[in-house]
Design a protein around this ligand. Structure first.
Ligand code: COA
Length: 164
């Protein structure tokens, strides 16, 4: 998959990408807020590959600039759940997150999924704005869901029918 963003290549995540992704994730206050460490990031992304989840990376100039990880039946064993999406904090706001999210949505819709669900924290208005712009609707709020003092908003986007 080649994105319309010049030079951006979206492809499946490989284990060799993980150290580079962990290097910039660990500089982002968002991931630190959730208690992530280099080893927890490496463990989680490796498990995404091992489990055969839908995990994509966006390469900019052949370097991993972002990733998105979706568990196909992660929503109560039924709906698709976007578990994590992240862009190198040095290059956010350039369309990489949008390209990754669109690639995940397209893959899911092609496989017959009718919706994508995700959680966004109350302390992350930037991601909230990102998802609103992408057409996600607020379903409910889960108080203190992952961390005490941080509410999680459950969002959903209906996907177009692309399967034959
Ligand atoms: C959320 C995230 C994945 C978005 O990726 P991105 O590459 O920055 O997104 P895009 O460049 O495609 O931006 C699309 C929209 O997101 C929002 N956005 C992105 N960067 C923003 C910023 N610095 N400030 C405010 N809004 C921003 C805007 O609505 C933007 O639209 P615009 O470009 O018309 O202003 C990225 O900012 C990120 O990795 N954040 C930290 C991790 C995180 O919060 N993940 C989501 C957890 S639920």
């Amino acid at each position: 998959m080649v994105s319309s963003l010049t030079g951006l290549l979206i492809r499946p995540l490989a284990s060799g990408d993980i150290p580079a992704i962990a290097t910039w994730m660990i500089t982002d206050p968002h991931w630190l807020h959730y208690g992530m460490t280099v080893s927890s990031i490496e463990h989680d992304l490796s498990s995404a590959i091992d489990q055969g989840d839908l995990a994509l990376v966006a390469d900019l100039a052949s370097v991993p600039a972002g990733f998105a990880w979706c568990v196909r039946r992660g929503m109560f064993g039924s709906g698709a759940y976007l578990k994590r999406i992240g862009v190198d904090p040095a290059i956010t706001g350039q369309g990489i997150g949008t390209a990754l999210l669109h690639a995940i949505e397209t893959e899911l819709a092609s496989a017959g999924a009718d919706a994508l669900y995700l959680l966004v924290g109350s302390g992350n208005p930037r991601a909230g704005a990102f998802y609103r712009q992408q057409g996600y609707e607020h379903l409910c709020t889960l108080p203190d869901f992952a961390i005490a003092g941080t509410d999680e908003h459950l969002l959903r986007k209906r996907l177009p029918s692309l399967s034959y």
